[in-house]
Design a protein around this ligand. Structure first.
Ligand code: AHR
Length: 635
């Protein structure tokens, strides 16, 4: 007979809940999503366009991502096109291939919509095919006639067969007739999109995002709003209308944006997830330090912002509301918050206060019900306090990128936060692994591991407990293309390639928390919590928060165990009778456990149905875990 040593466990933690008091109301907009063009989030990501460099504007000297195909074929760029938005064309004699964004996805019964803008001396048809890189396997093909000497837009569709294999090793090839030269000003290929929206999004990513039940979408950035130069700010006006009217613009993340994901697409994306838009407007500060100071010189930018807001919420009688209706969305969008700039604490010229006042006054004068967000929160991180003494913002946006340890330390940050100031929007935050988030970037990520997910969840318990002051929060960055060269930021929530997607442990933890937010907090006390230590410092090893969903008589208890041992929790619940059945959903794993495209199920939620619950019971939460315990109560 073997001697089985007892598992060394910490003494139980006591968790006491009192359901008699009504608790603080939980912000109905507490958790949302933040997005910008980074890591090929839209082009090569959510935005479903499959042709890379569709308008030949990525590089004026060469046809990047295009290559001649077949003996005797030739291609060349020419600075001639139909108009100012399409000033360049690709001359093709023979065949040309586009490599897509690290491949073109192929699967059985796939339907693609191809559109081209082209001209040719002779009108012979061209052949379009989606085929293997060596051209031996043709997955789908069509012929397009109707070319002429003038620029024409032609469309067609391609469909794969039912027995076609699933692969991303494919390219789009266009072949001209013998001896024919065709000038292409745009080539676009779309697969089926979420809700079949034209110019729409990838269904698999949209499903992942919508399943988080985000309450809002913060867009268009982030640094992407600001641009490297003022001239490179998010050009919302030129992102409207048919794609051939959108020239695109340089993004601060090292590649050109097609602007296929334009203002209307952002708004529809939020609508399709049941989320409200949070619109960030350019406020006169660019990343290179260029500043448009407050005063008459800023008026143009204030007007640009007012027009943009009008596009989002103006009635059909307004100039920009009418334009939105003409673009296909007569109904105004449910905009409640406008953010003035992004991270203006970095503007060391001290101009933000004046700029903010100018935007604030103009926005409030026209739209008194809109909440105006200032971006100089996050005093701890930016190392400076900006008084904004002349106007009180409705919310301040604070950003926190921190090591796992520092993020866990911030779980208690808002417990003692000054309630007299503006409300808080944590508009970007993420645990970034070990050590300082800015160093060793190449060794971090691309997505958070289990240890970071635990730190993220610990921080979220603090957001939820303090949702009387923290009204909104969203993680960043949201998306990353996992191909080599696809990533600019170290740690990102959701990864993908042309064919597949993967949710990080932190994505799963956030989804779990975001789908179990009650309407009121429940008074809670924890005792006997063991500490964790990094050798020098100590923090609690267990984090928790509790809310109730009054309508469905549910209580959600969020439990985060950052310890390397399982932990028993003794629950005592007062003020309501607890039904004997309930459930837990738990994520746990080794600290470095990650999900990857080829191993997406390393960390997965485990659901357990519980019986025997009541006013007192015990549960064991695993080492390094995130759990939501759901109780059914009589009130
Ligand atoms: O999320 C990545 C970047 O971090 C954002 O663009 C910027 O706002 C922040 O500095």
């Amino acid at each position: 007979m073997f001697f089985i040593p007892p598992i060394l466990q910490q003494p139980p933690v006591s968790l006491h809940l009192d359901l008699r008091a009504s608790g603080k109301s939980v912000s109905p907009s507490l958790f949302g999503l933040m997005t910008e063009e980074i890591n090929y989030s839209y082009d090569g990501g959510l935005y479903a366009e499959l042709v890379r460099n569709r308008a030949f504007l990525d590089d004026r000297r060469r046809a990047a991502h295009w290559a001649a195909v077949g003996e005797g074929s030739s291609i060349s760029l020419e600075q001639i096109g139909p108009d100012a938005a399409r000033p360049t064309s690709l001359n093709v004699q023979g065949g040309v291939a586009n490599e897509g964004y690290w491949g073109i996805p192929v699967h059985p019964h796939a339907l693609y919509r191809l559109s081209i803008i082209a001209s040719a001396e002779s009108g012979g048809p061209i052949t379009a095919s989606i085929e293997s890189p060596d051209g031996r396997v043709v997955y789908a093909q069509c012929r397009m006639g109707g070319l002429g000497k003038d620029w024409r837009k032609l469309t067609s569709s391609l469909r794969t067969a039912g027995d076609c294999k699933t692969t991303k090793d494919a390219r789009l090839v266009l072949r001209t007739g013998a001896g024919q030269t065709v000038h292409f000003a745009q080539v676009s290929l779309f697969p089926e999109t979420f809700l079949r929206r034209p110019n729409g999004n990838r269904p698999d990513l949209m499903e992942m995002l919508a399943s988080m039940k985000p309450q809002f979408l913060r867009f268009p950035g982030g640094n992407y709003l600001e641009g490297n130069r003022v001239a490179d700010r998010f050009p919302w006006k030129q992102t409207l209308g048919p794609i051939e009217t959108r020239p695109g613009h340089p993004s601060p993340w090292g590649y050109r944006s097609s602007d296929g994901m334009g203002l209307l697409e952002f708004l529809q994306w939020s609508e399709d997830m049941g989320a409200k838009p949070v619109l960030a407007v350019f406020a006169g500060y660019a990343l290179n330090g260029e500043v448009v100071k407050a005063g008459p010189g800023l008026d143009t930018y204030v007007q640009e912002a007012l027009d943009e807001i009008e596009y989002v919420i103006g009635g059909p009688e307004t100039t920009w509301g009418k334009r939105r209706a003409a673009d296909g969305h007569p109904k105004p969008f449910p905009l409640e918050c406008v953010e003035v700039g992004n991270e203006d604490g970095f503007d060391k010229s001290g101009s933000y206060e004046g700029r903010f006042v100018q935007f604030y006054d103009a926005i409030k004068a026209k739209y008194p019900n809109l909440k105006v967000i200032a971006t100089t929160g996050g005093q701890d991180w930016l190392g400076a306090k900006f008084p904004l003494s002349r106007r009180k913002p409705d919310l301040v946006d604070e950003h926190y990128y921190a090591s796992d340890w520092d993020m866990m330390a911030m779980a208690s940050k808002y417990d003692t936060y000054d309630r007299k100031g503006p409300e808080v929007f944590v508009g970007e935050w993420a645990s970034q692994g070990l050590g300082d988030p800015w160093t060793g970037r190449e060794k971090k990520g691309p997505m958070p591991d289990m240890a970071s997910a635990v730190a993220d969840a610990a921080f979220m318990t603090g957001l939820e407990r303090n949702s009387d002051i923290v009204k909104m929060a969203c993680y960043a960055p949201l998306l990353v293309n996992l191909n080599p060269g696809g990533r600019q930021w170290a740690v990102n929530l959701i990864g993908y390639d042309a064919l597949s997607t993967v949710g990080s442990p932190s994505y799963l933890a956030q989804k779990l928390f975001m789908t179990t937010v009650g309407d009121h907090t429940v008074a809670m006390s924890l005792s006997n919590v063991p500490n964790q230590t990094d050798g020098n410092r100590a923090l609690p090893g267990v984090f928790a928060s509790a809310t109730r969903d009054s309508k469905h008589k549910l209580v959600y208890i969020k439990l985060v165990n950052a310890l390397s041992s399982d932990q028993t929790i003794e629950f005592e619940i007062q003020g309501a009778s607890v039904q004997s059945n309930g459930s837990t959903t738990t994520l746990h794993g080794a600290p470095r456990a990650v999900n990857a495209l080829n191993q997406p199920l390393i960390v997965v939620p485990e659901v357990k149905h519980l019986t025997g619950l009541g006013s007192m019971f015990r549960q064991i939460i695993p080492a390094l875990s995130v759990t939501v315990l759901t109780l059914h109560c009589d009130r």
